[in-house]
Design a protein around this ligand. Sequence first.
Ligand code: NAP
Length: 248
Amino acid sequence: MGTLAGKTALVTGGSRGIGRGIAERLGREGARVAVHYGSNEAAAKETVATIEAGGGSAFAIGAELGVPGDAAALWAEFDRQADGLDILVNNAGIALYGHIQEIQEADYERVFAINAKAPFFIIQQGLDRLRDGGRIINISSGVTRIAFPVTAAYSMTKGAIDVLTHTLAHQLGPRGITVNAVAPGIIETEVLDGLPQEQKSQMAAYSTFDRIGQPSDVADVVSFIASDDARWITGQRIDATGGSALGL
Ligand code: NAP
């Protein structure tokens, strides 16, 4: 029996990248996983198939985030296939590169709508569905600790996620719900496909382990936070950057 047997989990952006790694790991631990996607249904179905091939249970739900009514649409899809949940992982997000001088207002609004506003309203509208003793796990980023001027607006969205995390942890403690953020460093996803090896080596060097992280490096941490073993941890930002930028 896995550590999450009998639990239902929802992973936003569970179709690809880090979210896929998280969905698959939670599925291996015995949770029934709602694998959310925005537009790439085929990728979500692949994740579902992988979980099922491992003996787990999963289903795909589609909802574009960052648009009016996104949270309500997501929960309507979820409700069609599940009755309440125990673990909510707010993972879906987009990157936005540019120094403050370069960021256009529309791009700023979009990155905030997807990375910060959507998780806020997904949680707001999910609170009645989330069972007491449950888990909310928000995917933050190393950029809330390490300054990256080239991701100024994106970094701010993750700062908002960190604040939401400890604020809600305070409110939801009486229900036995823990709220934590997991902050990955540079992780190997499709975004890095095609980058020159030299650039990848520079990225690897941020970590004290001198390698780029894998989705499983983050998923293993999320799985622990989702488990009963982590019941006494709440309101925390857990750095999962492989010791990036620890010193000069
Ligand atoms: P990814 O490979 O690009 O996957 C993003 C996931 O989010 C996909 O499942 C995608 O679904 C979904 N998504 C994106 N925009 C959406 C939208 N508007 N509506 C609905 N779904 C949407 O991303 P990733 O690198 O795994 O990143 C996952 C999370 O980790 C993000 O919050 C990111 O900020 C954070 N993070 C990543 C890194 C890194 O190095 N990769 C580092 C630190 C933090 P569709 O394909 O269907 O749109």
